[in-house]
Design a protein around this ligand. Structure first.
Ligand code: PMP
Ligand code: GLU
Length: 398
């Protein structure tokens, strides 16, 4: 008999974004040309000065364990960045550096939640939130938001979802998967409910520097006085500096939570990679021109994707204010055959699009929104052009 897997892990859904990326990779390895719009990962290589800092860190012997919650230089750089960008004052002890923002989220849920504690997650939501809550014995409470409101949670919908067990409100702005972003006023209205009902807010701000056009990012703790004591901010270097593989993310939280997470990490993973931490210091404190350049490229792609999608009959999508995703409503293209195969839901649609046109996307159902498909435009222009030609052909000529 093979060993038994624990109940909590038997119930775990693997990450759909990772699964679609793996499928695309398999096809590529088998010699196929795949137009990969699945994973949300900048296609740029990490800027040279950041890589150079990592080389220098290795040469200087920074190849040992560090303080489990992160090196003082990186905590200081994070604190200074939040002060400069948002005027927020944090102590370095409020920063816990983790192995990516995903791990930071897991840390927070682990130290916050007891069995039965409810976490409000507006849908569509990033694939990992609900699973990470369940792994920490919490209960995700999914609150649907309408496309007409750019998939944003309203205070009314939030109030309607509250129960005596509600502990946490999770907000992701700019949003993965919708590309939507809350204004300062919209966040303020949600903050009023959080303050009134004594909720802890987890603000996933990992796309804070990837904002387009006239849109202005507001960091959640700045929108009302008194929020900093009840907010955990999540951020990291993966998206802003094209550093997904380096695995550095962090939380900024009230001292008691930060201390609990530092203790947890000291038992669980020890420190995040020492060399990556030094690279992250260079990312935050070095020249920021690279961020502007990548943003300009993303902005071009966003324009292109919006234009192409708008010309495809029977699809619609919310305004893309930030991040690098288009969340496309494909409901009018379900319930029919594509090349002889009946396609009734977003999973079948994405799998057929991959099988028939070699275009990888992620099914809306993985984000809690059936009838949608997510396209990541963190891919080169040539890939985007070919992928959109093929998507158009798929829905109009199949
Ligand atoms: N939050 C959101 C909304 C994301 O899209 C991602 C992307 N993976 C993460 C957190 C985690 O990022 P990472 O673990 O690479 O820092
Ligand atoms: N956040 C990215 C995405 O949603 C990376 C993959 C992941 O961590 O899920 O595609």
């Amino acid at each position: 008999m093979p060993p038994k897997i624990s109940g909590i892990i038997q119930a775990l859904e693997p990450s759909a974004t990772m699964a679609m990326a793996a499928k695309a990779r398999e096809l590529k390895a088998a010699g196929k040309t795949v137009y990969d719009l699945s994973v949300g990962e900048p296609d740029f290589t990490t800027p040279a000065h950041i890589c150079q800092a990592a080389v220098e860190a290795m040469q200087a012997g920074h190849t040992h364990y560090t303080v489990a919650s992160g090196i003082p230089e990186l905590k200081k750089a994070v604190v200074e960045q939040y002060k400069a960008a948002h005027g927020l004052e944090y102590a370095p002890a409020q920063v816990v550096v983790a192995n990516g923002a995903k791990h930071a989220l897991h840390n927070v849920f682990t130290v916050l939640l007891d069995p039965g504690d409810e976490v409000i997650i507006p849908a569509p939501y990033w694939v990992s939130y609900a699973e990470l809550v369940r792994l920490s014995s919490g209960t995700p409470v999914i609150v649907e938001t309408p496309q007409e409101n750019n998939f944003k949670l309203t205070p009314q919908a939030l109030r309607a979802a509250l129960t005596p067990n509600t502990r946490v409100l999770l907000l992701c702005s700019p949003s993965n998967p919708t590309g939507g972003m809350y204004s300062r006023e919209e966040l303020g209205a949600l903050a009023d409910v959080a303050l009134e009902r004594d909720l802890t807010v987890m603000a996933d701000e990992i796309y804070d520097r990837l904002v387009y056009g006239e849109n202005v990012f507001a960091s959640f703790p700045t929108v009302r006085p008194g929020l900093q004591e009840r907010t955990v901010v999540i951020n990291g270097v993966s998206k802003t500096y094209a550093m997904t593989g380096w695995r550095i993310g962090w939380s900024l939280s009230p001292q008691n939570l930060a201390k609990a997470m530092a203790d947890l990490q000291s038992q669980e993973t020890s420190n995040p990679c020492s060399v990556s931490q030094y690279a992250a210091v260079a990312a935050l404190t070095g020249p920021q021109q690279c961020v502007a350049e990548m943003l300009a490229e993303f902005a071009k792609r966003r324009e292109f994707v919006r234009k192409r999608l708008a010309a495809i009959p029977g699809v619609s999508f919310p305004e893309i204010s930030g991040a690098f995703y288009a969340f496309v409503n494909i409901k009018q293209h379900l319930g029919r055959a594509y090349g002889g195969t009946q396609v009734d839901n977003s999973t079948q649609w994405c799998l057929e699009l991959l099988a028939q046109k070699n275009v990888a996307t992620v099914m809306g159902s993985a984000f809690g929104a059936e009838g949608y498909a997510r396209l990541s435009f963190a891919a080169g222009m040539a890939t985007l052009e070919a992928a959109l030609d093929r998507i158009e052909e798929f829905v109009t000529k199949s």
